[in-house]
Design a protein around this ligand. Structure first.
Ligand SMILES: Nc1ncnc2c1ncn2[C@@H]1O[C@H](COP(=O)(O)OP(=O)(O)OP(=O)(O)O)[C@@H](O)[C@H]1O
Length: 197
C-alpha cells in the first residue's frame, strides 16, 4: 500500500504559504529521509501525512484511498519530545495499549523493562519514555512510521538500539518510514533516498 501526497499546500491562518505543490510517494518497506532548513514546514508536512492536520490544497492517500478519520491511524508519528506525547497521569502500561496489543519481541528489542509498565512518565528518563512512544506507534495496524527527530535528544547507544528495533520490524512487516532529521550522517545511514523540502 503506497502512501501518496499529491499537490499538498498549507499555511497557518493568514500567514504566507509554508509550501505548495508538494508531491511525493512512499512504497511499503521504503526508508525515506526528509530534510530542509528549520522552519520550512517539515513537521507540518508530517502532521498532514499522519492525519493530525488537513492540507488546504491537495490530498494524502494510502493505497489510493483517503486517510481514515476514525479508528487506528495507519500512518503513525513519533515526535522529538516524548513528554509532550503522553498523558502524565497514565501509567506506561496504559499508554502503551493505545497502540493496540504490544508486541513482546518489539518491547524486548526496544529494551523496555516490565517494571517500567507500572511507572508514570515522570518516573522514567527521556530515553526510556521515548522507547514507549516508539512502541506505541508501532501497533499492528501501522503501515508507515513518521519519525520526526525521533532520536535527536538521545545518546548514541540508545539511538542505535531504537533504530535497530524499528528497522527490524519495518523489514519484517514491510512498513515504510519517513525520517526527519538534521543529522546528515544518520540520514545517509538509514535512508534509501532523501528528499528536501
Ligand atoms: N500551530 C501553528 N500556528 C502557527 N504557526 C505555526 C504553527 N506550527 C508551526 N508554525 C510555523 O510554521 C513554520 C513551520 O514549522 P514546522 O515546525 O513545520 O517547521 P520545521 O521545518 O519542522 O522546523 P524545525 O526543523 O525547526 O523543526 C514555522 O515558522 C512555525 O513557526
Amino acid at each position: 500500500m503506497q502512501l501518496d501526497a499529491k499537490n499538498i499546500g498549507f499555511r497557518y491562518g493568514k500567514s504566507p504559504w509554508l509550501f505548495k505543490g508538494i508531491n511525493f510517494s512512499m512504497q511499503p518497506g521504503e526508508v525515506v529521509g526528509l530534510k530542509g532548513p528549520s522552519g520550512t514546514g517539515k513537521t507540518t508536512l508530517c502532521r498532514i501525512l499522519a492525519g493530525y492536520e488537513k492540507p488546504l490544497e491537495g490530498k494524502v492517500t494510502l493505497g489510493g484511498k483517503a486517510l481514515p478519520e476514525i479508528g487506528y491511524h495507519p500512518v503513525q508519528m513519533v515526535f522529538q519530545h516524548p513528554e509532550k506525547a503522553v498523558n502524565p497521569r497514565w501509567k506506561m502500561g496504559k499508554t502503551l495499549k493505545e497502540g493496540g496489543r504490544p508486541d513482546d519481541d518489539l518491547l524486548a528489542r526496544l529494551g523496555i523493562q516490565q517494571e517500567w509498565l507500572e511507572r508514570l512518565p515522570n518516573e522514567l528518563s527521556g530515553g526510556e519514555l521515548q522507547r514507549f512512544c516508539v512502541a506505541r506507534a508501532l501497533g499492528p495496524g501501522t503501515r508507515f512510521l513518521i519519525a520526526d527527530e525521533m532520536t535527536t535528544m538521545l545518546d548514541a547507544i540508545t539511538q542505535a538500539q531504537i533504530w535497530h528495533a524499528v528497522l527490524h520490524l519495518a523489514e519484517k512487516r514491510k512498513m515504510g518510514i519517513l525520517v526527519v532529521s538534521h543529522d546528515a550522517k544518520l540520514m545517509n545511514r538509514l535512508c534509501d533516498r532523501v528528499i528536501e523540502l
